[in-house]
Design a protein around this ligand. Structure first.
Ligand code: NAG
Ligand code: NAG
Ligand code: NAG
Ligand code: NAG
Ligand code: NAG
Ligand code: NAG
Ligand code: NAG
Ligand code: NAG
Length: 342
């Protein structure tokens, strides 16, 4: 239905400046690289605004119509195999912006999270550069805040379940990829259950040999310890405490996969309208049987005022305080002498 062209800022500037001498006209489109097709469904992205600003948004389109990253992408590429899931990339490896699926806006675009009125970033905590893995969410899952969860004893954080991907590639925001579950960390973030599932892309070179946390240790020694450490310490630089993990370390792959499946069932109750939705927008374009949340795909753009063309502006710079290293001592305290602007 829609001609898809994700046009970058530089190309837009050229379009608007016909009076100036025109360099070789080179319109950059992402339509090939950022369009994925699986199981007969084509997913593409519409991006509007400047990265690193609060106004920036990225929407998902399915077969040319708006769809929700959270509620419309299937969780399982194959319903008979609970260890392989679809994964929505929010934060590419080694980038610092806290980019995530928006809970409250219709069809849940990806946006830049806010902290103290400004776009939120994570600090580089030596030796970890920003987010040291590909970070994102598992579609059609929900960390329900409506009850205390069995394993952790805490309510969920009201988001889709998070995953971190150890693949060799860096990923890109809005990417949907198929990954295998290897384990998970039951992070207790301020009294909320906030699972971080350890996954690897099926197309990673070692994926066929790796089914568990232990297998990963064999091929990428040190990685699992470094990533666990990162979840403990990543908020210390901003003044928060050490973050505990329920059980102390990784749960195994089968327990992690069963936990993902549980959270898929919590999500089903959400979109069916059976439970308190906690202000989540759970409009969706896939399941007409849930008539309290279903919107016809062809009507979604108009109904919710979602743009159908990309309009990407040049990215805002990352603030200076995030362009330096932060150091944590053995007592998990920030060494302030290294951080003049902190
Ligand atoms: C794959 O496509 C078929 C036919 O459209 C559909 O019935 C099935 O649910 C799809 N599977 C997934 C995992 O999306
Ligand atoms: C789905 O997974 C099951 C169990 O591994 C397998 O037997 C089946 O062939 C898979 N289906 C597809 C379409 O890959
Ligand atoms: C699920 O898929 C993965 C990746 O293809 C494979 O390694 C695993 O054996 C499959 N599991 C089952 C139960 O078929
Ligand atoms: C998820 O759990 C339900 C209920 O136990 C089960 O019926 C279903 O097969 C599981 N799904 C997968 C993909 O394993
Ligand atoms: C995985 O962990 C669960 C919970 O600790 C345990 O009951 C189960 O036996 C473990 N499975 C394997 C294959 O180690
Ligand atoms: C769907 O979106 C509309 C418009 O934002 C909102 O009023 C409504 O509550 C949403 N419905 C659900 C089920 O999230
Ligand atoms: C939604 O579905 C329920 C159950 O099928 C039905 O009773 C109800 O009338 C429907 N509501 C609307 C607005 O179509
Ligand atoms: C694989 C690929 O080319 N990904 C591109 C997708 O689009 C983003 C911008 O939205 C680019 O940064 C990626 O390189």
């Amino acid at each position: 239905m829609l001609a898809k062209q994700l046009t970058i800022g530089a190309a837009l500037l050229l379009v608007g400046s016909s009076a100036l001498p025109q360099p070789e006209r080179r319109q950059t489109t992402y339509s090939d690289s950022n369009t994925t097709t699986f199981n007969g469904t084509t997913y593409s992205l519409v991006e509007v605004g400047a990265r690193n600003t609060l106004d920036w948004r990225m929407w998902l389109e399915r077969n040319g119509n708006p769809a929700s990253f959270w509620h419309d992408v299937p969780i399982y590429p194959n319903e008979s195999n609970s260890s392989v899931i679809n994964f929505v990339v929010e934060i590419p490896r080694w980038t610092a912006g806290k980019i995530e699926i928006n809970r409250e806006e219709p069809l849940n675009p990806i946006f830049h999270d806010e902290r103290d009125g400004a776009p939120r970033f994570v600090q580089d905590i030596w030796p970890h550069k920003a987010y040291p893995f590909i970070y994102g969410s598992i579609p059609r899952t929900w960390e329900s805040p409506n009850f205390d969860h069995d394993f952790t004893g805490f309510p969920g954080d009201n988001d889709p379940m998070d995953a971190f991907d150890v693949s060799q590639d860096v990923g890109y925001t809005g990417q949907i990829k198929q990954v295998k579950i290897l384990g998970g960390l039951a992070v207790n973030d301020g009294g909320e259950t906030d699972w971080k599932m350890l996954v690897i892309g099926l197309d990673d070179p070692i994926a066929p040999m790796v089914d568990s946390v232990g297998d990963l240790e064999e091929y990428r020694p040190g990685v699992i310890a470094a990533y666990r450490e990162w979840f403990h310490i990543y908020k210390i630089a901003r003044g928060d405490e050490y973050i505990p993990i329920v059980g102390g370390s990784y749960v195994n792959a089968s327990f992690a996969a069963a936990t993902v499946n549980d959270s898929h069932r919590f999500w089903q109750a959400l979109v069916a309208g059976f439970v308190d939705s906690n202000e989540i927008s759970y409009n969706q374009t896939t399941l007409p049987q849930y008539n309290g949340s279903y919107v016809r795909p062809s009507e979604a753009a108009e109904r919710f005022g979602i743009p159908v063309e990309s309009n990407v502006l040049p990215a805002a710079p990352k603030p200076e305080e995030y362009q330096q290293w932060y150091y944590i001592n053995a007592n998990y305290e920030l060494i302030e002498a290294n951080t003049p602007s902190a």
